[in-house]
Design a protein around this ligand. Structure first.
Ligand SMILES: [Zn+2]
Length: 507
């Protein structure tokens, strides 16, 4: 067993903390969208209806300037690029309503880990009337046919198979993408490992790694495994409840993938490509099944009045009982992300969307206990775009808007931890400062400051607005706190107290 040798592999990390979107373009002739970033990225793509649009999120990527609507032509009528939160760039391709896009025909591939192509089907078809019913059994459609279930993000062909295990000497935490390849972090004793090279029934080359007396955490999900990176288009992680228990990792290698070296080091296993740097491995085109959501799940109830109500009353909808008066304080809380959009995913698969929802509920409860009216842009694990969040704050005539997020940076930067609070307008600046000061005074954590940023929800809301990043899901110090329900309650109450401070100091 090599103990320290693995550590030096961390040496070649870029010094800059943020990666940027460099270029994007839609090629009308080829019907493809291409973009480059100045660092590795794993895009997450989903297809949303009403209006029909393709949403591409770039976790860990910032964009300096939000580019406005741009006319594109053809299937894509406009491309919008925005900063969705502190570390995520969102690109939205508005699709022509007459363009019927089969989610099974969208291909996404990386030319390198920072140059990506989203290929739409080349022929523009108009939506055909449903002349014949679909075939009774169409196995490839099974995942798209059930939008109610939580669908894996794009490219996720990974599998995780859990099985009951009483105890094990080693816990395999997951798989991380690094500059050099992959790292499989482990806790506990170093396991015995056996490595095989084989092919499956389709003659796809496979690397099989068996870890003896090892287990995976219950929360390990296919989405938390690398998605189509470095020529590995499929990861399978299987728990066996043998005695002792065992974990099997299977990597399916693309044609372009070289062989991989497996090195057991202190704290985990390195997987490094043989004969070429990981960044040079091209990724083969992958046909993807896009997560699709119907309007019932993506639209908040108040954003879509029932058709009957429209027909009955020619006047604009005014939900009279809850209409706020000017004097009444209404706090709009905005838990970031949700549903198909997990937000940042950090150590041990910790998901931003889960943490911020729990914290937001604590904040809402604490404020309501003080007699403050609170509304939330989402109350459950629901997919929600940025514009509807702004619309809800405006139609509720909210007094203030507070968006709650968790931060992330590369998995190789566990030393980055702390609280950041953002504003855009002057009015937001005071809210952000008061909030930030109260949270830091209540919940001990590293202070990364109050900063101005052009986030969509901060720019588009008319009331004082702040966006708080309550810690790093990738941070060694922050991640264990973020997943702790007691800490979540403490943070939620601290945010509520910060909001009260602001209200009481005469907004
Ligand atoms: Zn976020």
């Amino acid at each position: 067993m090599v103990s320290i040798a693995g550590v030096c592999l961390f040496g070649g990390l870029p010094a800059k903390a943020t990666a940027r979107l460099q270029t994007w373009e839609f090629d009308t002739g080829q019907n493809r969208f291409m973009f480059t970033t100045d660092s590795s990225v794993q895009p997450q793509v989903s297809l949303l209806p009403h209006p029909k649009r393709l949403v591409i999120d770039l976790p860990g990527i910032v964009t300096d300037e939000a580019v406005g609507n741009q006319f594109i032509g053809g299937a894509v009528t406009a491309v919008r690029v925005m900063q969705a939160d502190a570390r995520t760039t969102r690109m939205v391709l508005e699709l022509d309503p007459s363009y019927s896009l089969d989610p099974h025909q969208v291909k996404v591939w990386g030319m390198t880990s920072h140059q990506w192509v989203v290929q739409l089907p080349s022929a523009i078809q108009t939506a055909a009337p449903k002349a014949s019913p679909p075939p009774p059994s169409s196995p490839s459609r099974s995942s798209a046919a059930d939008p109610a279930s939580a669908l894996p993000p794009l490219l996720s062909r990974n599998q995780v198979t859990h099985a009951p295990v009483s105890r094990s000497a080693t816990v395999v935490q997951g798989v991380q993408v690094t500059q050099e390849g992959f790292f499989v972090p482990m806790q506990g004793a170093a396991p015995q490992i056996q490595v095989y090279r084989t092919r499956n029934e389709q003659q796809v080359r496979q690397l099989v790694i068996d870890l003896l007396d090892a287990a995976i955490p219950q929360g390990l999900s296919p989405q938390s495994l690398p998605q189509g990176r470095y020529g590995i288009h499929h990861w399978a992680v299987t728990q066996f409840s043998t005695n002792p228990p065992a974990v099997r990792l299977i990597l399916n290698l693309d044609a372009a993938s070289p062989d991989w070296q497996v090195s057991l080091v202190s704290g985990g296993i390195w997987l490094t490509p043989v004969g070429m740097p990981a960044s040079q491995i091209a990724t083969a085109p992958t046909t993807v099944v896009l997560p699709m959501f119907n309007s019932a799940q993506t639209q908040p109830a108040q954003a879509a009045p029932p058709p009957a109500a429209i027909a009955a009353s020619p006047a604009p909808q005014q939900p009279a009982p809850t209409q706020p008066s000017r004097d009444r304080i209404v706090v709009m809380l905005d838990p970031g992300h949700g549903g198909a959009d997990p937000g940042a995913v950090g150590i041990g698969g910790l998901r931003e969307k889960d943490v911020v929802l729990a914290v937001s509920h604590h904040t809402a409860n604490a404020l309501r206990a003080q007699g403050i009216a609170v509304q939330m842009t989402r109350q459950s694990d629901q997919t929600l775009d940025l514009q509807p969040r702004v619309d809800m704050a405006e139609s509720a005539n909210a007094t203030i808007f507070v968006s709650i997020h968790a931060n992330a940076i590369s998995m190789q930067r566990p030393e980055v931890n702390g609280l950041e609070t953002y504003y855009f307008s002057d009015a937001g600046h005071r809210l952000a400062s008061v909030l930030h000061r109260r949270v830091l005074g209540t919940v001990p954590m590293n202070d990364r400051g109050v900063k101005q940023a052009r986030f969509f929800v901060l720019r588009r809301t008319s009331m004082p607005a702040a966006l708080i990043e309550i810690g790093f899901v990738t941070g060694a110090t922050d991640a264990p706190k973020l997943r702790d329900p007691q800490w979540q309650a403490q943070m939620g109450q601290a945010i509520a107290q910060g909001i009260l401070d602001y209200i009481q100091s005469g907004r």
